[in-house]
Design a protein around this ligand. Structure first.
Ligand SMILES: [Zn+2]
Length: 383
């Protein structure tokens, strides 16, 4: 096995932590030379060079805190010049307009839900704090108190983790069960008053796509439905990659618009799955392919293909996460929600588990010394 590299760059600060490993079984002495665009590792067996992507230049004179960590290799802190832009894929709010025709499909199996639909209104729903804001600012009772924001025919209303459409716009009526969700959903805005929700399943693959809010209005989760302009072809994307990109996009959007960095990830039935803390959104990760080719390879289609470069470069967000146990559940949630002002995000329970699995696999693939921070677990999600 050749040398392995992991370079974690904070773009705003232009500094990085370099972990150089893979020579533990080689004969010593090992001589490492840091050059602006490459690293040379010289052992009695020979010399190997790792070339960095052209947009990244190291500052060799800035190497500090060189430390050998058993089982991982050399840890070095240094300055870098990195100029790779963060490109985010467009959010649902950006994709959906009233000028074009759209097709909605089940993300898991591709079954069409809405075909070639042009909406007359695409509007954001009021946030969960809307009612309390109105009460604080108005000198009269909330005029919107008992009014629900439900879509009429050809409307599409956007919430944070879901969108609402009218049943008349569906290809045909989706399968439903009579299973009632007993917990009202705080993130639903005015819609939360509805307690007689029924789950909506995909006709073909039976995954939960959303729920019925009234005889006419249906709610679909953004993590379960693929929305594309009808003129564009269906893009296949692995389930894990879709969940990862949808959640990252949502976190980045919310952190930018509301300055919230702490989140409670809750299932549709009110069960708390995760506390998630968004730390950095400016991280550029350069890794040897051999490192990521293991566990991630099974779930992500884009790390497996060989390429001319042996290094993967990706913009990532760094998160801390914790999965509460039964014993500390209530206490933790209370503290997290009331003292830190965390924001609740609701997804189907299966999707919460998928997200938890994604984070756990990512965490397990990290060098041991990077896996936890103050009792929280660390993970990196691709932007
Ligand atoms: Zn399906």
């Amino acid at each position: 096995m050749g040398p392995t590299l992991r370079l974690e760059i904070r773009k705003t600060m232009q500094n990085a932590v370099l972990i150089l490993g893979g020579f533990e079984d080689k004969d010593f002495p090992v001589d490492v030379s840091v050059c602006p665009s490459s690293l040379q590792i010289e052992t009695p067996d020979g010399c190997e060079t790792l070339s960095l992507p052209p947009e990244i230049k190291l500052v060799p004179s800035s190497c500090r805190y060189v430390q050998h960590v058993a089982g991982e290799g050399l840890h070095i802190r240094l300055q870098v010049h990195a100029s790779r832009d963060t490109e985010t894929s467009p959010s649902l709010k950006e994709i959906l307009g009233i000028q074009r025709r759209y097709t909605f499909e089940c993300q898991a199996c591709g079954e069409p839900i809405i075909r070639d639909q042009q909406f007359l209104r695409v509007l954001p729903l009021p946030s969960e704090n809307w009612s309390s804001l109105v009460e604080e600012w108005c000198c009269h009772p909330d005029p919107f108190a008992n009014r629900s924001c439900l879509p009429k025919v050809n409307d599409c209303f956007l919430g944070e983790t879901f969108f609402l459409v009218n049943r008349a716009n569906l290809l045909d009526h989706p399968g439903e069960t009579n299973e009632k969700s007993s917990v009202p959903h705080s993130a639903d805005g005015n819609v939360s008053k509805s307690t007689e929700n029924t789950k909506v399943f995909c006709k073909r693959c039976k995954v939960i796509l959303g729920e019925t809010l009234s005889s006419d209005a249906l709610k679909y989760f953004i993590t379960e439905v693929m929305v594309r302009p009808s003129c564009e072809k269906f893009k296949t994307m692995s389930r894990t990659r879709f969940v990862e990109s949808t959640v990252v996009q949502l976190l980045m959007e919310l952190s930018a618009s509301k300055s919230t960095f702490r989140y409670c990830i809750q299932g549709q039935d009110g069960k708390l799955f995760l506390l998630l803390w968004l730390l950095n959104v400016d991280t550029l990760l350069v890794e040897s392919r051999t490192r990521t080719g293991g566990v991630n390879c099974l779930f992500s289609e884009d790390t497996c293909f060989p390429s001319s470069s042996s290094l993967d470069v990706s913009n990532v967000v760094r998160v801390l996460y914790s999965s509460p146990t039964e014993s500390n559940h209530n206490e933790l949630v209370d503290k997290w929600m009331n003292q830190t002002g965390a924001h609740t995000l609701i997804f189907p329970s299966k999707t919460c588990l998928e997200l938890l699995l994604l984070l756990s696999l990512n965490n397990a693939a990290l060098p041991h010394s990077l896996r936890s921070m103050n009792n929280w677990q660390v993970a990196y999600l691709k932007i």
